[in-house]
Write a protein of this length. Structure first.
Length: 206
């Protein structure tokens, strides 16, 4: 039986609070920088962007430095403090509690965070993200998964304590989830095996 998001959120918060300093010191791979830049090119100048699962705010700073009005959210208070220290507006929120008015944002960015949402709750999370996007707004959804990465549960060898829950989805399965709330603008894969990354640019229907 699939676990539910509310059952794993406390462990995720503890793991990410403890790992905030280490993660803030980590650089980004060139392919991640390329994915981020490609999404920026699709966005309107001076638009408003929400980053969910923002971590230490490195991506939020990038979008803010490129002229966007950025709001960051993360379930980890330690991560949110890192965002704020970088000059980013940030709030402690989880994916099911995005406390913003409808159609508040021109874009949403979520990189390697929705893989912590169980399949049972992913449709509700995607609906919530769609709700805060304006009609026609774009959503970047990037996660590891597919290929040899399948199934749900804690990840063997995870460097975080407690070990984090992951939900890895096949390409067709992930796109099927996405189509329930969005139109698919682009889907492609970067990398192989445990570094296989599924990149989706999605649009809220007008």
């Amino acid at each position: 039986m699939s676990r539910r998001y509310h059952e794993i959120i406390d462990d995720l918060r503890t793991a990410y609070d403890a790992g905030a300093s280490r993660r803030d010191a980590m650089g980004k791979s060139p392919w991640k920088l390329a994915e981020r830049a490609a999404f920026l090119e699709r966005l309107p100048a001076r638009g408003r962007l929400l980053e969910v699962g923002a971590g230490t705010g490195q991506d939020s700073v990038y979008f803010q430095d490129n002229g966007l009005d950025v709001v960051a959210v993360d379930l980890s208070p330690a991560m949110v403090e890192r965002c704020r220290a970088k000059g980013v507006e940030a709030h402690v929120m989880n994916f099911l509690d995005l406390d913003f008015p409808p159609a508040s944002f021109d874009a949403v960015y979520a990189c390697n965070c929705l893989l912590h949402v169980p399949d049972a709750d992913l449709p509700a999370v995607l609906d919530r993200i769609a709700a805060v996007l304006r009609p026609g707004g774009l959503f970047f959804l990037g996660v590891y998964g597919g290929g040899t990465l399948t199934g749900e549960g804690t990840f063997v060898g995870d460097s975080h304590d407690p070990p984090r829950f992951f939900s890895f989805r096949g390409d067709e399965q992930l796109q099927e989830f996405a189509r329930r709330s969005f139109e698919i603008v682009d889907f492609h894969v970067v990398g192989l095996d445990e570094s296989r990354f599924q990149s989706l640019t999605l649009r809220r229907p007008a």
